[in-house]
Write a protein that binds this ligand. Structure first.
Ligand code: AMP
Ligand code: FE
Ligand code: FE
Ligand code: ZN
Length: 284
């Protein structure tokens, strides 16, 4: 059984519509998937329908933007009540922050000699409920300023880049409590990718268990073999679910983020599904 529990559609910063993404997951030989768009549930209904037609096991998910010490940390939510009011309000606030920073980013890019119209960015975010830097990157590519999203981030858009503009993200503890109150299963996304190890050392991860953390994404394309060994050992020590996933973004992320690039063990997937069944009231 091949299980990939972290991927993005055009509803956030992936490049496939939710139904297309499910078709491609099926073609890639996956048996179980979760759609985890950034800060929105909007793609889940379409993806669930497509998955069911394909005979693909589907877990509804979300990747929530949060922060620790002012630095970006991503939290995956699986299952739970998508209509939970407090969670929905927080997600709306995060998405407003995404929209609100666009003009400041465009001003920085213009000052760097790369003017862009708002509409050029919006054209790439047509189907997106969650506007992100990758859509700005796509507009930079279309203008010929950069070759691809990778170069756009490397030169301008990364957190330490010259066109970066901060946006609202709740503290990780607050996100954990919102996800928990909504009955979701909380798994820390790529905890040690891109220098995050500094903000989330083992001692901090241990404390997060009491704050409601259920799992760690151990296998991820941005984790080194040593990261994976240490996070795997930590997960079993702390009784956390250990997942593995591709973080696929369609053609938006190259090299190593293909569907199924990292996968979750069947036993860990069963633990995840058991927790979801326990916490999510079944519709009748
Ligand atoms: P934002 O959601 O606006 O904060 O932008 C962050 C998103 O940009 C992440 O979710 C990644 O999907 C994407 N990203 C970060 N670095 C890169 C990169 N080097 N190439 C392509 N996409 C990237
Ligand atoms: Fe993304
Ligand atoms: Fe992420
Ligand atoms: Zn992701």
């Amino acid at each position: 059984m091949r299980i990939d529990l972290h991927m993005h559609s055009r509803v956030s910063d992936g490049t496939d519509a939710p139904a297309e993404l499910m078709r491609r997951a099926h073609d890639a030989g996956l048996d179980a998937v979760a759609l985890t768009d950034h800060d929105t549930f909007d793609g889940l209904a379409e993806a669930a329908d497509a998955a069911s037609e394909l005979g693909l096991a589907f877990v509804p998910g979300l990747e929530m933007s949060t922060q620790v010490n002012g630095r970006s940390v991503h939290l995956l939510m699986y299952g739970g009540d998508q209509a939970d009011g407090a969670l929905a309000a927080e997600l709306a606030r995060i998405r407003e922050g995404r929209d609100g920073r666009l003009q400041a980013m465009l001003a920085k890019l213009a000052a760097l000699g790369m003017p862009l119209e708002t509409a050029e960015v919006e054209a790439f975010a047509d189907d997106a409920s969650s506007l992100g830097r990758p859509h700005v990157a796509d507009a930079l590519v279309a203008r010929g300023y950069v070759a691809d999203r990778d170069e756009a981030f490397g030169a301008y858009l990364a957190d330490d880049g010259p066109a970066f503009v901060d946006r609202y993200c709740p503290p990780l503890e607050k996100a954990l409590s919102l996800v928990g109150a909504a009955g979701g299963v909380a798994v820390l996304a790529h905890p040690w990718a891109r220098g995050r190890r500094h903000d989330l050392p083992p001692a901090v991860l241990r404390r997060l268990v009491a704050a409601g953390l259920d799992g760690l994404e151990v296998d991820h394309p941005n984790h080194t073999p040593a990261d994976r060994r240490q996070l795997g050992a930590l997960a079993s020590e702390l009784g956390l679910i250990a997942t593995g996933s591709s973080d696929h973004h369609g053609t938006g992320k190259k090299r190593g983020f293909e569907l199924g690039a990292c996968t979750t063990e069947a036993g860990q997937f069963e633990r995840l599904r058991a927790l979801i069944r326990q916490r999510t009231p079944s519709p009748r």
